[in-house]
Ligand binder design. Sequence first.
Ligand SMILES: *Cc1c(COP(=O)(O)O)cnc(C)c1O
Length: 354
Amino acid sequence: MGSSIIIEKSDKTSISAVDYKNLGFGKVFTDHLFEVDYVNGQWQTPKIVPFHNLSLHPATSFIHYGQTIFEGLKAFKDINGDILVFRPKTNWARMNKSAERVCMPTIPEEIFIQGLEALLKIDEAWFPKEAGTSMYIRPFMFSMDAEIRVRPSDTYKFMIIISPSGAYYSEPVKVTVEKHYVRASNGGLGFAKTAANYAASLLPAKKAVENGYHQLIWTDSKEHKYIEEAGTMNFMFVINGKLITPQLSDSILDGVTRDSIIQLAKDMGVSVEERKVSVEEVVDALKNGTLQDAFGAGTAATVSHIIQIANEGVDYHLPPVAQRDFSNKVADLLNNIKLGLAPDPHNWIHKIKL
Ligand SMILES: *Cc1c(COP(=O)(O)O)cnc(C)c1O
């Protein structure tokens, strides 16, 4: 188990059908996928096989009860053509935290890392080359028992699929503070990348879009007083030169981008506060003009600038994106580290030589 992956190469490629000028995000997939089954309390031999659809028993438990988790990370090619994956071990560790919360087996590090290395190598011709593009990596695991009863499954499947993707958010976003619906509550699943959290977010996010906003600012489930996250990103802002972000809790996802930006801010000598952040504090800063910067942080967009925040029916406008020192600087630095164009003092880059 673990070290040797069975590789079954596809005898054809669909790459010529791909419009690399209009990739979108997570829409195009490569010729192969990685998969491994968990049966009889053990991970079986991992495989790389031609990309294929799944055939599932209609009672497969994750379809009914949501015992399913995922990760999201990116890889790039550097100027030498080597593959650079950003902090894959951090995603591996987080996936196992998610797994434990929803009673799934953990995944050995070598299966996760060697699986994505082998997949990225076999489909290396699929990497997009334009600025802002990436190879998005989607590891995921789901329960496979075919039985209607609610209980943790005995069998699971872990897969990795990869998707050449264009730039994610192009425009700065307008957000609205959500004070009715919640994404996650204390004691719940918010820190886990599990399907239920995203199901919970769809309706409120749809309503926000109908009201003219791109995304929501989620607040705590007890009082709707403290900010938790911005859509499916972590929320960060700058007041008087200080980077402030909600402290992690069991209702907040521990983002790799959030963690990386906090580290880079400290490296730059910017002071960082991880603590409870009230909506009132942000609204006051908006009113008195001390809010210099606000953004969502996540793998897909790296930094998503917020230009407008609505709270209780009042729209507040933020400083022009071009004037924002911190978020522009940190986004450039982080993207350059990911591309191998800036030094990597924290050893975040996992290099795969071709
Ligand atoms: C994935 C995710 C994030 C961002 O995490 P990254 O590791 O930076 O991509 C933030 N919030 C939620 C709810 C997420 O699902």
